[in-house]
Design a binder for this molecule. Structure first.
Ligand code: ADP
Ligand code: ADP
Length: 226
């Protein structure tokens, strides 16, 4: 687990208006932080700078007390869950979840143990030998989360993970993500434009506008007007 500290973070694409403009934000160890704001306000860019998929123009990104500006994604030990959970269709559920461990050349015995552990948490035990095509949308999303948790990463990063799901499944997955995050106690940054997700999942909500922070507040402070 790790805290994430952003100090005066700026992202400038080309010579236009900065996509992220002087963002300073501390996310505590184990905290669930939501990033909200209108399309184009810089949510994804900020998330991608945390994970290392986007260079930082200026400022400091500090994860677990260590400045990571110049670290490659693979050296940051973070897990990102995308909207289009990219599962490999030719691989079983087991191999899809195991994939990051295979990349890291983890010994077979440990792969088995950790995939079983992830499958337990996500209730995927009976589905380990199936292929993604034979799973429901919710099960596929859980496999994608299995791949994220199997690495024992320092933090989870979600980029609108539920926006392609129907309302019923979205509700189920909200519960699932909340349960999982509390059980693992893992630092989480979650981008959404869904107010229900922000209210039910977040310890705090950070509202972005045109690349800057408008406010940071608890869901209650933000959404329950007096
Ligand atoms: P959000 O996730 O809140 O919708 P983004 O982070 O995707 O916002 O985008 C913030 C701003 O940066 C937008 O004005 C967008 O057009 C711009 N932008 C995002 N990615 C790029 C890119 N690769 N090149 C140039 N501009 C970009
Ligand atoms: P390459 O080595 O071919 O440039 P990538 O840049 O796609 O490969 O990824 C390198 C490593 O960075 C991956 O092994 C993975 O651990 C990490 N990585 C890439 N994308 C992400 C992401 N979205 N979330 C977390 N880690 C990532």
């Amino acid at each position: 687990m790790a805290s994430i500290e952003m100090r005066n973070i700026v992202k400038q694409y080309g010579d236009g208006f900065p996509a992220v403009n002087d963002v300073t934000l501390d996310i505590a160890d184990g905290e669930f932080m939501i990033l909200v704001g209108p399309s184009g306000c810089g949510k994804s860019t900020l998330l991608r700078m945390i994970v290392g998929l986007e260079d930082i123009t200026s400022g400091d990104m500090v994860i677990a007390g260590k400045r990571v500006n110049d670290l490659a994604p693979r050296d940051r030990n973070l897990s990102m869950v995308f909207q289009n959970y990219a599962l490999y269709p030719h691989m079983t559920v087991f191999e899809n979840i195991a994939f990051p461990l295979r990349l890291a050349k983890t010994p077979d015995e440990e792969v088995k143990r950790r995939v079983a552990e992830a499958a337990d948490v996500l209730e995927l035990r009976e589905h380990l030998e199936r292929k993604p095509a034979n799973l429901s949308g919710g099960q596929r999303q859980r496999v994608a989360m299995g791949r994220a948790i199997v690495r024992h990463a320092e933090a989870f990063l979600f980029d609108e993970p539920l926006s392609n799901l129907d309302a019923k499944l979205r509700g189920q997955m909200r519960t699932e993500i909340s349960r999982l995050q509390r059980r693992l106690g893992i630092t989480t940054v979650y981008v959404t434009h869904d107010q229900t997700e922000a209210m039910t999942l977040g310890d705090r909500v950070c509202v972005l506008r045109k690349g800057t922070i408008q406010q940071v507040a608890s869901p209650r402070e933000l959404y329950e007007q007096p």
